[in-house]
Design a protein around this ligand. Structure first.
Ligand SMILES: CC(C)(COP(=O)(O)OP(=O)(O)OC[C@H]1O[C@@H](n2cnc3c(N)ncnc32)[C@H](O)[C@@H]1OP(=O)(O)O)[C@@H](O)C(=O)NCCC(=O)NCCSC(=O)Cc1ccccc1
Length: 147
């Protein structure tokens, strides 16, 4: 499975950079991918901030990152992890604090069934007071297309 996750990590990064306009525009990258977790980041960029002082990342960026990570985390549980599909059914985002820096999302599989999976995603960032802390906790439910 380690070989699978390394190969798929590279495949996902390639897909983001070469084929996915939105995720590549955000600067999404895959940091780590295991059988049941994935860690992904979006670097801080002024184009992604609200007009607050100091500027803080728009919550939709954290939601996008969490949604994407939560879905990809479920791929190893599919009968065909590469050709199968995942589509978000529901995303519940609780914003805990404002985010002033890079966003890092770590997604964990809570349950992967035959047709529905659930992931929990923790998003961290630098906060306006300079500490790196959780900025959002997210639960995603996904339709799983096995092959
Ligand atoms: C599929 C279901 C959730 C359930 O509907 P049911 O009536 O119970 O249908 P059933 O279960 O029998 O399934 C058959 C139906 O499923 C459709 N389909 C097939 N493959 C895929 C696929 N890969 N993706 C999407 N849909 C797919 C296919 O057209 C077929 O419909 P048809 O029978 O032809 O008309 C439906 O409500 C829906 O599509 N909602 C919108 C979901 C949505 O757009 N979410 C946001 C986008 S995800 C995102 O942006 C973030 C992200 C990206 C990457 C990774 C993670 C996160």
């Amino acid at each position: 499975m380690a070989e699978f996750t390394d190969d798929v990590k590279d495949l996902i990064q390639y897909h983001i950079e070469e084929e996915h306009g939105y995720l590549s525009w955000l600067g999404v990258s895959v940091e780590e991918f295991t059988e049941e977790t994935i860690t992904m980041t979006v670097p801080y960029d002024e184009k992604l901030t609200n007009t607050t002082s100091p500027p803080t990342m728009h919550g939709g960026v954290a939601a996008t990152l969490a949604d994407t990570a939560g879905g990809i985390a479920l791929r190893p549980s599919l009968a065909d992890p590469v050709n199968g599909g995942v589509a978000t059914i529901n995303l519940n985002v609780n914003y805990l604090q404002r985010a002033s820096g890079d966003l890092t999302a770590r997604a964990e599989v809570v349950r992967a069934g035959n047709s529905v999976g659930v992931s929990e995603i923790y998003v961290e960032s630098e906060t306006p007071d300079g500490a790196v802390e959780p900025v959002a906790v997210v639960t995603g439910a996904y339709r799983l297309f096995q092959d």
